[in-house]
Ligand binder design. Sequence first.
Ligand code: BES
Ligand code: MN
Ligand code: ZN
Length: 498
Amino acid sequence: MDFVIKVGNAEKQRGACAVVGVFDSRKLANSAKILDKASQGYIRNLLTLGDMEGKVGTCLLLHHVPGTLFKRVLLVGLGKEQEFNEKSLQGVIGSILSTLQKTGVTDVALFLSDFSMKRSTNDWKVCQIVIQVVGSNYRFDRLKSNPDDETSSLRKVICYIENRAELEVCERAMHQGLAIAQGMNLAKDLGNLAPNICTPTYLAKQAKDLAKSHKIKADVLDEKDMEKLGMGSLLSVAQGSHEPAKLIVLEYYGLEKKDNPYVLVGKGVTFDTGGISLKPAADMDEMKFDMSGAGSVLGTLYAVAAMKLPINVIGIIPTTENMPSGKATKPGDVVTSMSGQTIEILNTDAEGRLILCDALTYAERFQPKAVIDIATLTGACVIALGNFTSGLMGNNDDLVEELLAAGEKIGDRAWQLPLWDEYQDLLKSNFADMANIGGRAAGTISAACFLSRFTKKYRWAHLDIAGTAWKSGKDKGSTGRPVPLLCQFLMTQSQVNS
Ligand code: BES
Ligand code: MN
Ligand code: ZN
């Protein structure tokens, strides 16, 4: 897909299809007015027939509108003018794309001034449009022998702006949007891959490949290395599996090395059976997505490198399977983490925190500005927030605020849950420093409490993406979230886009 930013208005351009807006009720937006004038009232006349009110997301495709140089004009409903906002834009772009998908349109012209909003700038719109167009073109058919070819003929999206002074920022936003969208595609591919293919060894190979093609360094620690470091907690999860665990370390330097980095830690459980605390059979296939935190770290590092952000970022990915076997951990086992703290494993299905805690201790050596871990950590988070919102907790309110704002800005939102001291008591164990579970109540918070015991030496935040990393049902598949949130956060931190 090609994206181009051009300066111009609807009257003078030619092409396969122009998209112009209609507000509820039947009020023409800027470029719609221009085309209506050029066509001597053709569009306004049509609307009086009652074919379109302008309800948000509705579409009316016109052919050969007189007086215009476009072969088609797509009228798109924008809803009530005062109510049009960032959220509506997403819905509107979605319906434009699904309408065009049924046609032979190869290139489409969007006039950004029609999507007028109080706060949002054209560069923001460009970034959103690119992410959404690339996202809706995503297919995962590499494991099918005869891919369904329902692909759209759309090849090119032209965003028209009115003011030449904005050209440069809009073009930069376009490249940033592309980098983020491709980072999401990488995360989606890794999530969607079958768990017999996407193993810890496979993820390590992907990390190495990513490093080779970009300005990134990749190190892969094997089980022997981890033993030397004392990562008894991480290794206890791996011990039931035939697939060897890995600790992947990616380093991106957009600034001098001495500038302290941001560290992203992603949960990479390539399949979570629950271990001896075995999960029920229904929908267990979806536990191939339990490496989505890892996928989002790889996707974000890709995007950061593609944008050449002036910032240092380290990615740490603890990756393993969680399997039951004669060698697997048993409920009641006590293990010693790299931090020296001992853990009573009361439920082998609470494995994410067991691999993250050692990775979080490992993160200390980078003297991070901040550490953010990303994990499909608790089913309880899906109960609390559903599939729209990631859970967010941390030990530093400024960091949490910055992450919330980043998610809000790019449309990949999180919501904070309280990480108050009271909740720490849930993790009491009679036999070790802590238990790995805190009971059914406040399951998302007690999981974060567990992690907080390993993150005392730096500013830290935790994103629970159990509800947002993938979709179930007929659209089952990875979403690529929270790559946008993480990218926006790092863009803002590096002051490339604030
Ligand atoms: N990977 C799961 C969390 C999960 C479950 C994500 C369902 C999305 C959908 C995690 O390893 C897990 O099993 N967590 C347990 C924790 C419990 C044993 C304290 C859970 O949420 O049930
Ligand atoms: Mn589990
Ligand atoms: Zn898990």
